[in-house]
Design a binder for this molecule. Structure first.
Ligand SMILES: CC(C)(COP(=O)(O)OP(=O)(O)OC[C@H]1O[C@@H](n2cnc3c(N)ncnc32)[C@H](O)[C@@H]1OP(=O)(O)O)[C@@H](O)C(=O)NCCC(=O)NCCS
Length: 160
């Protein structure tokens, strides 16, 4: 299966597909780790135009299987992996692993010392498995609900 995953640059026409993946991944996968109220507060895209703008504002990648977008990720210039979402029907197949490998390739090409992310409870074991360490737990507020997640980082070189 890993061989049939294609990683390609994000295109503006992918915006709706990323919204669907984002909403479904939260509602159908992260829902095992957060309450229904928290999931409802998190799984919202109120302004698709703003969402589309954010997606093209930094390098981003789509994972495709058989021509269908099944996951996406990105990397901001300051080294933040902001998004890592995989379609619920394509979990556990290596999609996030392939996306992360592409993100890390980009970070190293850009000579970043490391990258960081704000990992959900659901994603923390994945990032730990891939060599990230938890810096701290934090609480974020979304539409009146408090959710906690983890600031995690991975370094490629020792800081001098
Ligand atoms: C977390 C998430 C992105 C993982 O995606 P995925 O495509 O199922 O992960 P992969 O199949 O690529 O897993 C890659 C590796 O991580 C490991 N892994 C994945 N999830 C894991 C878990 N919960 N616990 C331990 N290891 C895990 C896999 O065993 C695999 O190991 P390998 O490379 O040695 O074979 C996915 O579950 C998801 O979309 N979750 C919901 C949305 C979410 O919370 N996103 C993060 C927002 S910060």
């Amino acid at each position: 299966m890993k061989n049939s995953i294609l990683i390609r640059p994000y295109r503006p026409a992918d915006s709706d597909a990323t919204i669907e993946i984002f909403l479904r991944a939260i509602r159908e996968v992260s829902s095992k780790d957060y309450s229904p109220e928290q999931i409802n507060a998190w799984a919202q895209v109120e302004d698709p135009a703003k969402w589309a703008e954010r997606r093209i504002s930094r390098p981003a990648w789509i994972a495709e299987i058989d021509g269908k977008p099944v996951g996406f990720s990105d990397l901001t210039p300051d080294g933040c992996l902001d998004m890592m979402f995989v379609h619920p029907e394509f979990q556990g197949l290596g999609v996030a692993g392939r996306l992360l490998a592409r993100v890390e390739e980009e970070a190293q090409l850009s000579e970043m010392e490391g990258i960081y992310t704000h990992a959900s409870l659901t994603a923390r074991p994945f990032f730990e498995h891939k060599g990230f360490q938890v810096l701290r737990r934090q609480t974020v507020e979304r539409r009146g609900q408090r959710l906690y997640n983890f600031v995690m980082e991975k370094f490629y070189q020792r800081r001098s």
